[in-house]
Design a protein around this ligand. Structure first.
Ligand code: FAD
Length: 401
């Protein structure tokens, strides 16, 4: 077996890549992370001001890798979820009491998560954090994989994990095919201060122009994700603060009283990307590099973190070749079904809830009312949104690796 510089090189030190490194901190693997942008800098695209709703299952994974206490101090617990449809009868409510869990999820800004993850990887003994550096070339040999960085350095490893996001360089270098769908929708994000206390309640409101999510944050702020048809965001983003709040109020309603303040507004065009074959010879794509999703159900990072938990589970027990094809096959067996299910369910949600057909609108309303009236259906929905509805890797079951 050829001697390599590292056992494992993770390309991309964003939320998913850094979480994988942390999950492997007690392993014997010699690890490198290559990240294109300086840590904690404004250019780092993974750690911007968007808020991430972490499912309860993700909280359990972070607990198992000892990061939860640090993340918890930046997080706000979701204790209730209220789902409604503008202009149609019918709501569904989920609560911690009914589900008998401490929180249905947690809300944290990507920037705060980045600070915690960067600090953890900088202190990790079995890890070299190579940053800023961009991967520009990749070559696969029977026993190892080699990458070239933009400073012309070449590094080798038994396994490369590509966690380099939706515009994955590794995907491009390997010429991998993917299913791509432009939703022709754009997410507008901002922090909103409402008149009434949110009391830990998250709102998802479906409207004929796209869903609006308001998630609870610290200081009684709410994190807004407002999905609109691409093109419409230009006018909405150019509105004055007061006109923006009035437009949002008209779409969202008065469940939080008057909307008083809006912070900096950002926008993200939404596209589905699912790589056909995320496992190649000694290379595996995870997180957004393998699957970029619509944020309608807040599942993108949660799914990426389950990729991390499943991959760490198979890597940690292997004391031989961590790039072995059988091992990657075991990971694929575990995670492919989860990825396919989440992508299918997200697509159904986008189709049903971004549709202004009045018949579908009435069916949606009936579906929400029915779900609210059926405890078993509500429990199923809650388990799904908490990420607890499937076979769990050890980290997700609270078992340390
Ligand atoms: C508006 C919005 C709201 C969202 N809300 C939620 C939510 O509530 N819950 C949820 O679970 N998910 C949510 N998501 C999805 C979530 O943001 C993504 O799933 C997550 O950011 C993916 O992380 P990642 O590490 O895979 O990729 P990225 O965050 O894209 O990170 C990739 C990293 O790789 C680095 N990189 C890229 N190319 C190279 C290279 N050649 N060499 C070295 N480094 C490289 C980049 O600099 C970056 O740091 C939301 C997304 C959006 C747009």
């Amino acid at each position: 077996m050829a001697k390599t510089d590292f056992d494992l090189i993770i390309v991309g030190g964003g939320m998913v890549g850094a979480s994988l490194a942390c999950a492997l901190k007690n392993s014997d693997l010699k690890i490198a992370i290559i990240e294109a942008f300086p840590a904690n800098s404004a250019q780092q695209p993974s750690y911007d001001d968007r808020s991430i709703a972490l499912a309860y299952g993700s909280q359990r994974i972070f607990e198992s890798i000892d990061l939860w206490p640090k993340l918890a101090s930046h997080s706000t617990a979701i204790t209730d979820i209220h789902v409604s449809d503008r202009g149609h009868f019918g709501i569904t409510r989920l609560s911690v009491q009914a589900e008998n869990v401490p929180a249905l999820g947690q809300v944290i800004t990507a920037r705060s998560m980045g600070q915690v993850l960067n600090k953890a990887i900088e202190q990790q003994a079995n890890l070299e954090f190579i940053c800023p550096a961009k991967v520009t070339e990749l070559s696969q040999s029977p026993d190892y994989v080699a990458i070239t960085l933009d400073d012309s350095r070449t590094l080798s490893a038994k396994l490369i994990v590509a966690a380099d996001g939706g515009n994955s360089t590794i995907k491009r270098l390997l010429n991998l095919g993917s299913l791509e769908h432009d939703y022709k929708q754009t997410a507008i994000t901002a922090n909103i201060t409402p008149e009434r206390a949110h009391n830990g309640k998250a709102f998802e409101r479906f409207t004929d122009s796209g869903p609006i999510a308001l998630l609870p944050m610290s200081d009684n702020r709410c994190s807004l994700v407002w999905t609109v048809k691409t093109g419409d965001e230009i006018e909405i983003l150019s509105l004055s603060e007061q006109d923006f709040l009035s437009r949002l109020q008209e779409r969202f309603g008065y469940r939080l009283g008057k909307l008083l303040k809006v912070g900096q507004r950002n926008n993200y065009p939404l596209k589905l990307i699912q790589v056909d074959q995320p496992i190649q010879h000694r290379v595996v794509l995870i997180g957004n590099a393998a699957h970029s999703l619509h944020p309608i159900a807040g599942q993108g990072f949660n799914l990426g973190l389950r990729d991390v938990a499943a991959l760490a589970d198979v890597l940690v027990d292997n004391d031989g070749d961590c790039g072995d094809a059988h091992l990657l096959h075991d990971y694929s067996q575990w995670q492919q079904q989860d990825q396919d299910n989440v992508i299918d369910n997200t697509n159904i949600l986008v189709k049903v809830f971004s549709n202004d057909n009045p018949i579908i609108g009435h069916l949606r309303g009936a579906g929400l009312t029915l779900t609210d009236a059926l405890p078993l259906a509500k429990h199923w929905l809650a388990q799904k949104s908490m990420g607890l509805d499937r076979k769990q890797p050890r980290l997700a079951r609270g078992i340390k690796l």
